[in-house]
Design a binder for this molecule. Structure first.
Ligand code: FAD
Ligand code: NDP
Length: 511
């Protein structure tokens, strides 16, 4: 059995209890111990260290069921936003090559995509980010401990190394930021043959013909870039795409994907997955509309069936940290506090928080300011903008049309909308049927904007600025009196003037 040790020196040094440099309050090894070195945890620990406090961050990555492992930085850096956006960009370049021909570029055909070249470049970039995070922690005097943390009591964490060495660490304050991991459904025999988003970005070779099961952010984004690389790609949708998003917009996203070449199996649910002698995976599923069992074989099957919060192995009961038994997320208050004093939770493991990097970072920083500075500022989780990086991107902020109607009633809501054609699409002769914008406003007075939804190129870049407007309670009158930048897609938002209620054709025809 591994020996239990006490840890308290600079990174990597094991010291005896007597030699420990204690935190400012003297009772514990650290003023702050953060479990989880992802978006939220890194931000919180670095910010806390700026106050001269003794801070450590524990980060440990359990390999995926397929054996994929990665370095410091959490989901976003290693198996989320960063490699995803780069692959998305890589796929869009393929579409741009087609456009380029119309703009006079003489490109010899066929143009092939080499997955291994792209994957290596992206993986090298991610590894450089892992290194960058280590350097930043060192510069900011945050101890990085590559240990898996488990609660012993409300102020004590047992850290375990990959070699099984155990270390006790005590802290005045503890922040949980352990994020989540892809869910492998337990009721589908053969689920273990599949990969997840934890693996796709680290594959050295092309996944080939792929089925993605699940139709939310992760599923649609991954299916989008796989299609863009010219792979035979299908998505299995059990109920609706992009649950929680405006459903009119979600349908436009999937309509575009269909025209882009992604096959979508609507209203289907997997029954079993078998490994065939030729190495392929045969998926048997039920078509819920026809009640018929269907089957097809694929080179790769990827689960995108949601994420499970990393609360299971933390022994949270020992610290009396309450979780929601249904979601398994940590129950938190407005100040990110848990049911246990001095223990906080931020990011994906905290109940009711958007599962996105920027809110995790902001919440982590604000928490550090409240703990060690004189701040009382709470994180504002309202109107957090987001973008789905599907082949045609969808960015939004605020309420969906459905939610606005539910909260205010149809009579109290005004929707302004437009179908538009990005200028660049004209010469390229690209289809623009799904390029669409709508804003959801209150109907009375100056018409406060409640939600803004944009489908088109660079949606994230377009929506970010409008999110600021919404933070300032922008109204339709203010939007309409703002002069646009020509010729852009974003100016179409300022030009919105047709209401859904009017039933008029909302197609923008001239500049
Ligand atoms: P994480 O970043 O998940 O970090 C948690 C860390 O804690 C991990 O390193 C984990 O290994 C470690 N850990 C867990 N348990 C322990 C333990 N017991 N001891 C020590 N360490 C532990 N968000 C966006 O804003 N934009 C995007 O474009 C976007 N794209 C995404 C694409 C994909 C495919 C996925 C899966 C997610 C994406 N997200 C995106 C979501 C974003 O990645 C997460 O919301 C964000 O990373 C959450 O940060 P976090 O700090 O809560 O946890
Ligand atoms: P979600 O929980 O949002 O969606 C899970 C999907 O899987 C749903 O379509 C669900 O269908 C389906 N599903 C679940 N179980 C099964 C099953 N047994 N068989 C078939 N389908 C199933 O998870 P995601 O992993 O897509 O995203 C997690 C979070 O990560 C998001 O909430 C988001 O905040 C974050 N993220 C952000 C991104 C960005 O900012 N661009 C990108 C990617 C992720 P049903 O609706 O029927 O339940």
């Amino acid at each position: 059995m591994a020996a239990l040790r006490l840890w308290g020196g600079r990174s990597g040094t094991v010291m005896a209890a007597a030699g420990r440099r204690l935190g400012a309050r003297g009772k514990h090894d650290y003023d702050l111990l953060v479990i989880g070195g992802g978006s939220g945890g890194l931000a919180c620990s670095k910010e806390a260290a700026q106050y001269g406090r003794k801070v450590a961050v524990l980060d440990y990555v359990n390999p995926s069921p397929k054996g994929t492992r990665w370095g410091l930085g959490g989901t976003c850096v290693n198996v989320g936003c960063i490699p995803k956006k780069l692959m998305h960009h890589g796929a869009l370049l393929g579409t741009a090559i087609n456009d380029a021909k119309k703009y006079g570029w003489d490109i010899p055909l066929p143009v092939n995509h080499d997955w291994s070249v792209m994957a290596k470049a992206i993986q090298d970039h991610v590894k450089s980010l892992n290194w960058g995070h280590r350097v930043q922690l060192q510069d900011k005097k945050v101890e990085y401990l590559n240990l898996k943390g488990v609660f012993v009591d409300q102020h004590t964490i047992q850290g375990e190394s990959s070699k099984g060495e155990k270390t006790l660490l005590t802290a005045e304050n503890i922040v949980l930021a352990t994020g989540g991991r892809p869910t492998y459904p337990s009721n589908v025999p053969g689920a273990e043959f599949c990969i997840s988003s934890d693996d796709i970005f680290w594959l050295r070779d092309s996944p080939g013909k792929t089925l993605v099961i699940g139709a939310s952010y992760v599923g649609l984004e991954c299916a989008g870039f796989l299609t863009g690389f010219g792979l035979d790609t299908s998505v299995m949708v059990r109920s609706i795409p992009l649950r929680g998003f405006d459903q009119q917009m979600a349908r436009l996203v999937t309509d575009y994907m269909t025209s882009y070449g992604t096959r979508i199996f609507w209203k289907c649910t997997p029954i079993k997955i078998e490994k065939l002698n030729n190495g392929k995976l045969q998926v048997v599923w039920k078509n819920l509309a026809s009640n018929i069992e269907e089957r097809e074989s694929f080179d790769t099957v990827m689960w995108a069936a949601g994420r499970t919060p990393e609360t299971q192995g933390l022994c949270l009961d020992k610290a009396e940290v309450r979780i929601n038994p249904e979601t398994r997320k940590v129950v938190v208050g407005d100040g990110e506090e848990t049911s246990a004093r001095h223990i906080y939770a931020i990011g994906d493991i905290a109940e009711g928080r958007p599962e996105l990097t920027p809110p995790a970072i902001k919440a982590g920083k604000l928490l550090a300011h409240r703990l060690f500075g004189k701040s009382t500022q709470l994180m504002d989780y309202d109107n957090v903008a987001t973008t789905v990086f599907t082949p045609l991107e969808y960015g939004c902020v605020g309420l969906t049309e459905e939610e606005a109607v539910r909260r205010h009633g149809e009579d109290k809501i005004e929707i302004y909308h437009a179908h538009y054609k990005p200028l660049e699409y004209t010469v390229a002769e690209r289809e623009a049927a799904q390029c669409y914008i709508k804003i959801v406003c209150l109907r009375e007075g100056d018409q406060t904007i409640l939600g803004l939804h944009f489908i088109g190129p660079n949606a994230g870049e377009v929506v970010q600025g409008f999110a600021l407007g919404m933070k300032c309670n922008a109204t339709y009158s203010q939007l309409a009196s703002t002069v646009g930048i020509h010729p852009t897609c974003a100016e179409e938002v300022n030009k919105l003037n047709i209401t859904k209620r009017s039933g008029l054709d909302a197609t923008v025809t001239s500049c």
